[in-house]
Design a binder for this molecule. Structure first.
Ligand SMILES: [Zn+2]
Length: 195
């Protein structure tokens, strides 16, 4: 005796389990559409977040306007881990839309052509970089960390970071590695926030 599909009432074949193959195909299709819509919604949401995060003030000094302190904040990065270091992931993230909009960097530090010789192993153990590296990469790491701090400040409900500081460590033994730590205080301006 043939079994009927509980979903559509069509006759099920011997190989069908639970529902008929047509219903399974239909469900798959709907799942794909739903996933696509979800992905698009996430993209819109992320774009909105980035636009707000761009307005977050970051200062190494204090603000002249009143604010409430929300929380201290810290971000660490390192190029330790040859294949996928925290830093290389960070670089990859900020090469992409919409994150690239968050990186606000003026002209990077000037450097001599010889500067790269020591530092090349710090940033690229495969030695495949064209041209010289050096302070420029440290600059870049710095600006990427500022962008990360902005995103975190937003998560905490802040609209500014005051008293930002950085610590920088070089480990030139073995492969050579750098550690960059940036920290500050997330605040929310009380007299008319820009966000
Ligand atoms: Zn069916």
């Amino acid at each position: 005796m043939a079994t009927m599909c509980p979903k559509c009432g069509n006759k099920m074949s011997f190989f069908d389990v639970a529902v008929c193959s047509e219903c399974i195909a239909k469900d798959d299709q709907q799942e794909k559409i739903r996933a696509k819509e979800e992905g698009e919604q996430r993209k819109v949401l992320l774009e909105q977040q980035i636009q707000i995060a761009k307005k977050i003030l970051v200062t190494t000094a204090d603000l002249q306007e009143p604010y409430e302190v929300i929380a201290p904040i810290v971000y660490n990065t390192t190029n330790r881990g040859l294949l996928s270091s925290n830093y290389s992931n960070l670089e990859a993230k900020y090469c992409q839309e919409p994150f690239d909009q968050l990186v606000v960097a003026p002209e990077l530090s000037p450097q001599k052509s010889g500067d790269g010789t020591l530092l090349i192993s710090l940033f690229d153990p495969s030695f495949t970089f064209e041209g010289s590296v050096g302070q420029r990469h440290f600059d870049k790491a710095y600006y990427l960390c500022v962008a990360e701090l902005k995103l975190r400040a937003l998560q905490l409900g802040g609209d500014a970071i005051v008293g930002m500081r950085m610590d920088f460590d070089l480990d030139t033994t073995n492969w050579g590695a750098f550690y960059l730590q940036m920290y500050g205080t997330v605040v929310r301006r009380t007299a008319g926030s820009a966000l």
